[in-house]
Design a protein around this ligand. Structure first.
Ligand code: F0G
Length: 415
């Protein structure tokens, strides 16, 4: 196993603590000697999980694990009908140990940190990465330092990082500032950087791709739609699909379809121009705080994934995100945080535009749990009403309650 620069192809041993190419500054990828890998995962009877696919992961020791992955893939017929598509699945990554897909990356990333003998791990985060880093550091018995943008991280995520014992530092700046600073901090060798610039972390996240194929009976969907922030996940999942194609498990790689928020959409802008490089945005803003990122570090890998798979990028407004979040919650019983709902909002928009065809088999990935961001929920649903402890008062509010009307409208749309 080696690290290889995606730009100049320079190679480095996997024991070297580097995050980018020493020669050209390019992103690194983990390269295996595939001829030595016995990939008969199809034959394994065990249910999907990150470590079911251990032969394609870069860890030799017993991993630091809290049983991540194996998240459900739901067939969502009512939502499909509303959107106008025949076959729609939702891969609900909110059901990982900390409630986001980051756990897949961190079980691998923190295991690597232990293999390398590191005693402190660090990250910048819009929230979920910090929660995940905190639990795996706790499980491994090492320290975690996390840098968060002040006032921009959902409360559930901060609570997780605090409770699991990470050193939580809030900076007066945005995620991109926090990321620049944590990179500088990790130039000191005692801090191991576990943002998605770390190629080992992304190896864990590629198992989302493996599981989708596994759960669809070893067949690939036509398209995978997911939110894009720092752009690691779309790159990782594309790599997972590419590896399964290499092993002839699938014939075609699904079209990788990345969704960003209108207020933070450098990847969408680059894609619209057919470019391979992004222009960073200085003041990203969106209700989907998890993807409030103006300078995504993995942009070169993500754009490659999109172009090579015949996919695309789209942007959605905050209102479209909120609508999608409510539809998913109320039609399918799947509660997600706003960033996750961007995938459903993007699919809806691309169907309306006629870019996605009704007969496509689509998997949307929902990346984080509803309970991550309870303040947003109160903001968009309103506070629960308060009435006297009196049956007539209760009957009165039930008969003219807004949410009952809203649900009625949604249900009408799928009848
Ligand atoms: N969805 C959620 C819920 C996220 O937390 C993130 C990223 C993304 C989507 C985007 O994934 O960065 O791989 O493109 N959250 C990071 C964090 C940035 O710090 O928790 P990506």
């Amino acid at each position: 196993m080696l690290l290889e620069c995606i730009e100049c192809k320079a190679q480095y041993p996997d024991t070297e603590i580097i995050y980018t190419c020493q020669r050209c500054g390019g992103l690194l990828d983990v390269i295996y000697d595939y001829s030595k890998i016995d990939l008969r995962v199809q034959k394994l009877k065990q249910p999907p999980s990150v470590w079911k696919y251990a032969s394609l992961l870069p860890i030799k020791m017993e991993p630091v694990t809290l049983k991540e992955g194996g998240t459900p893939l739901y067939k969502c017929d009512r939502l499909a009908k509303k959107i106008g598509i025949h076959e729609l699945y939702v891969k609900n990554e909110g059901l990982n140990p900390t409630g986001s897909f980051k756990d897949r990356g961190m079980t691998v990333g923190v295991s690597k940190a232990i293999e390398l003998g590191m005693k402190t791990v660090a990250c910048a985060s819009t929230g979920n990465t910090s929660a995940s880093l905190a639990i795996y550091a706790a499980k491994a018995g090492i320290s975690a330092v996390v840098l968060l943008p002040e006032g921009k991280v959902a409360m559930g995520k901060v609570a997780q990082a605090l409770m699991h014992g990470a050193k939580v530092i809030t900076i007066r700046g945005n995620f991109d500032d926090a990321f620049r600073l944590v990179r500088e901090l990790c130039e000191q060798r005692e801090f191991y950087l576990l943002n998605s610039i770390n190629p080992f972390r992304l190896e864990g996240q590629k198992t989302i791709g493996f599981e989708i194929i596994d759960q669809l009976g070893w067949k690939s969907p036509d398209r995978v739609v997911l939110p894009v922030g720092n752009a690691g996940n779309i790159s990782a999942i594309y790599k997972g699909f590419s590896e399964f194609k290499r092993f002839d498990i699938i014939d075609e790689i699904p079209r990788m379809t990345g969704i960003q928020s209108e207020g933070a959409c450098p990847i969408f802008n680059a894609f619209s121009k057919g470019a391979r490089k992004i222009v960073p945005e200085k003041h990203p803003e969106t209700i989907a705080s998890a993807i409030r990122i103006g300078d995504p570090v993995n942009a070169p890998k993500a754009l490659l994934a999109i172009y090579d798979s015949g996919g695309l990028a789209e942007k959605v407004s905050d209102d479209e995100i909120i609508d999608a979040q409510k539809s998913l919650a109320r039609l399918e019983g799947i509660g997600v945080e706003p960033a996750s709902a961007a995938s459903i909002a993007g699919l809806t928009k691309l169907r309306e535009k006629g870019v996605i065809q009704p007969d496509e088999r689509v998997v949307c990935i929902t990346t984080g749990h509803l309970l991550k961001d309870p303040e947003e929920v109160i903001g968009v649903c309103g506070k629960p009403m308060v009435v006297e402890a009196d049956i007539e008062a209760i009957r009165a509010v039930i008969s003219n309650e807004d949410s009952v009307e809203y649900l009625g409208a949604v249900l009408q749309s799928v009848r």
